[in-house]
Write a protein that binds this ligand. Structure first.
Ligand code: SF4
Length: 192
């Protein structure tokens, strides 16, 4: 059936009215409200802030027992009115995610294959390498332009790149840690 532009709008208008009548008859808002209530029924609700970025969207975190069962935007947040961006809307995956790695993957220098290692082993290895690198390459004093010996306390052999997956507090701690180590190559990919 071919329709003129005018006929198309006429039919679309009637369909819209039909749909609206259907929604009103079913009481869709009540159905939606009931569905939401069932999902989080008897759950404890905690207010929180999305950990990802400095927009600081508030969240409602629902838990049952030791598990988080749902996270959604907090409607009282003045600058978002309860909305979250896709990353914030997926924060439940920080807690519930069967695909989340629980072991470290390590590839030894010169090797072509990755080996699974326990997380604790990885922490120890990182700490050891940080320590050894700092011991070896820390620059305590340097000559300035006039050739005068000055204290610089600088470490150029380690660079630090922050991540959008670390939260504001973690960024703060990382900054403090890097400064304490004398690391000068200190960057964050989002630059927030
Ligand atoms: S990551 Fe998204 S939801 Fe989280 S604070 Fe930033 S803008 Fe808000």
């Amino acid at each position: 059936m071919s329709l003129s532009r005018r006929e198309f709008f006429k039919h679309a208008g009637s369909a819209g009215v039909g749909a609206a009548v259907g929604v009103a008859t079913l009481g869709l808002e009540r159905v939606e409200a009931a569905a939401t209530t069932l999902r989080i029924k008897e759950a404890k609700v905690h207010t929180s802030v999305c950990p990802y970025c400095s927009v600081g969207c508030n969240q409602l975190v629902y838990s049952k027992g030791d598990s988080i069962i749902d996270i959604e935007g907090h409607p009282d947040t003045p600058h978002t009115l309860g909305k979250l961006c896709p990353k914030g809307a997926a924060t439940i995956q920080l807690s519930n995610n069967p695909l989340r790695p629980t072991k470290a993957l390590y590839r030894a220098p010169g090797s072509e294959k990755w080996e699974e290692k326990p997380i604790e082993w990885m922490y120890d290895e990182i700490a050891k390498r940080y320590y050894d690198t700092r011991e070896k390459y820390f620059i305590e004093r340097e000559k300035d332009k006039e050739g005068k010996d000055v204290v610089v306390n600088r470490l150029e052999a380690i660079a630090s790149l922050g991540s959008a997956c670390i939260d504001n507090e973690e960024c703060y701690l990382l900054t403090k840690f890097n400064r304490a180590f004398g690391i000068v190559y200190h960057e964050h990919q989002a630059r927030v």
